[in-house]
Design a protein around this ligand. Structure first.
Ligand code: NAP
Length: 503
């Protein structure tokens, strides 16, 4: 197979593009045909021998990939031949095939672009772990993101905005800052031309920021630390500058500052369940279009040294990705304008349908109202069938002649429970849950019948996703406020909370 090989420690120029042995399967591993390999900063370190892992020569760099399963070891149960997968491999990804421990392989939906999948773990995983698990970022907090146009920087901007924070992006050029602004940053600081500490004072009215997210280290770290507010939090992501700063302990003491070390690889290993939860949440946001990885450029395999050189020269904005074998899928976007577009794939405009990806996606849609959906006509046949089933043959429902004589506008009335029972059908027309094994309604709460529905009236549904909570067995209980409307009548027919369970 073809691969980029590191045969001695050195810069990207020392890498060679050559033929090498195919990988060998072991019982607990998986062989993957690699379609795409994400490019990350540690790739530049591992080839120079300055990373915490030093593989035996020759090896290929490339720590995260996406592709198709070619073979599985005898003990593997989490994927099968032919599955589309993404995998965290540490190194070896810049090659046509790779062998990876099955525990580091995740099956992905076929609909997920493999180039996107190959860039969806490292930087998203790190940023989300830092912001959620370590800093506990809250809505309304202010975060300073250094190296904001880079891989872990851009994902931090997008996630912080999604989580409701005010983002101050800091980078080395106005061009990079314009890029950060396009991704949603609220304010920008150019740390090549402006004083970081003074700029933050100005932007925060001397209050300081709640959180510093630092992938650079070096000379910026001290100013950033001093720019924290009381009880501020400092997230040590990395040392892209090559310089590990030393902190005088009196500064965190005086300001009640918490300093968090972030090592996502170790978190993924030691807290695999929590990491998987994070990845599922990220996948749900990615699949629903709420998060989109900004891809700088797609390089061919022989251009991988160029991608690594550009990363080291600080000219890459967002993520670089290596295409090893084109997948039969659409190309990822490389423009920021499309990143900023409203998610398109989570509503079906013809029906105002809401499509939610995974259980995690439910929580993101709480507060949203969906509908109105399609109008359906309540016919006398429907009323009669309902009367037959429930043995409720009261004349107001079934006796058309008597209704013509005695009822206000001469039409029979549908049973209240008939229109109420239509809610499930109308609901599934309005909300589709993907990547879940079941979605069912088990109860109604606070039901009110307000206006009667008469024969030949048209009704439709609107639904508000009111509340969701995870149960101890892992299922999600979802409360939906459902309103049945009658065409031409102001007051609704029926309002109730529906209790749904999603597994
Ligand atoms: N802790 C973890 O678990 C974890 C996970 C992933 C990555 N990381 C670390 O986070 C850091 C950034 O990774 P990344 O993927 O975001 O890399 P990246 O895409 O290359 O971005 C790094 C940014 O750092 C800035 N920078 C400042 N001095 C630099 C220098 N001497 N060389 C290169 N860049 C420099 C650049 O922005 P400006 O030009 O705007 O200054 C660049 O955009 C790395 O140290 C990486 O090892 C840590």
């Amino acid at each position: 197979m073809k691969a980029i090989l590191c045969t001695k420690f050195g810069g990207p120029d020392s890498l060679i593009y050559a033929e090498t042995e195919n990988p060998v399967l072991t019982p607990d591993s998986v062989i993957i045909e690699v379609n795409y390999c994400g490019v990350n900063f540690p790739d530049t370190l591992i080839i120079q021998g300055t990373y915490q892992f030093k593989p035996d020569f020759p090896f290929s760099p490339g720590g995260e990939i996406a592709g198709k399963v070619l073979a599985i070891g005898a003990a593997v149960t989490n994927c099968k031949i032919g599955d589309h997968v993404m995998a965290l491999c540490g190194w070896g990804g810049m090659a046509e095939q790779i062998v990876v421990k099955a525990s580091h392989v995740f099956v992905i939906p076929d609909a997920l672009d493999l180039a996107v999948a190959a860039t969806s773990m490292y930087t998203w995983g790190t940023a989300y772990y830092a912001l959620k698990n370590k800093a506990g970022l809250k809505q309304g907090q202010t975060i300073l993101i250094l190296g904001a146009a880079g891989g872990v920087g851009t994902t931090a901007i997008l996630l912080s905005k999604l989580m409701g924070a005010r983002v101050i992006a800091a980078a080395s050029s106005n061009e990079k800052l314009a890029y950060c602004k396009a991704l949603g940053a609220d304010e920008c600081i150019n740390y090549t031309t402006d004083n970081l500490k003074e700029s933050i004072k100005k932007l925060t009215n001397h209050a300081g920021v709640d959180i510093v997210y630092d992938p650079i280290g070096g000379s910026l770290a001290m100013d950033a630390l001093k720019a924290l507010s009381w009880n501020g939090q400092y997230l040590i992501i990395g040392f892209a500058s090559g310089n590990i700063p030393e902190v005088p302990m009196n500064i965190p003491l005086l300001k009640g500052i918490t300093i968090h070390g972030i090592f996502w690889g170790a978190f993924a290993e030691k807290e695999a369940k929590a990491n998987k939860e994070n990845l599922l949440q990220l996948m749900s946001w990615i699949m629903s279009g709420q998060l989109k990885q900004p891809i700088h450029r797609v390089y061919t395999l022989d251009q991988a040294p160029m991608a690594l050189t550009e990363l080291m020269q600080r000219t890459i904005k967002g993520k670089a990705v290596i295409q090893i074998k084109a997948a039969n899928q659409s190309q990822p976007t490389t423009s920021t304008t499309s990143i900023l577009q409203e998610p398109k794939n989570n509503t079906d405009s013809a029906l105002n349908k809401l499509i939610i990806a995974g259980k995690a996606g439910i929580f993101l849609n709480i507060g949203k109202t969906v509908g109105p959906g399609q109008w359906i006509t309540i016919t006398q046949d429907m009323i009669n069938a309902f009367a037959e089933t429930t043995k409720d043959h009261q004349w107001v429902h079934v006796d058309e002649a008597r209704a013509a004589k005695y009822l206000p506008d001469g039409r029979t009335l549908a049973h209240g429970y008939l229109t109420m029972s239509m809610v499930s059908y109308l609901l599934y027309e309005l909300i589709e849950l993907k990547q879940v094994s079941s979605f069912y309604n088990y109860g109604f709460n606070k039901a009110r019948f307000i206006s009667p529905v008469r024969v030949n009236d048209q009704i439709c549904l609107t639904v508000k996703l009111e509340h969701a909570e995870t149960q101890t067995n892992g299922s999600v209980k979802l409360i939906l406020l459902c309103t049945i409307h009658i065409k031409g009548i102001e007051k609704p027919a029926y309002v109730a909370e529906i209790i749904s369970v999603i597994n």
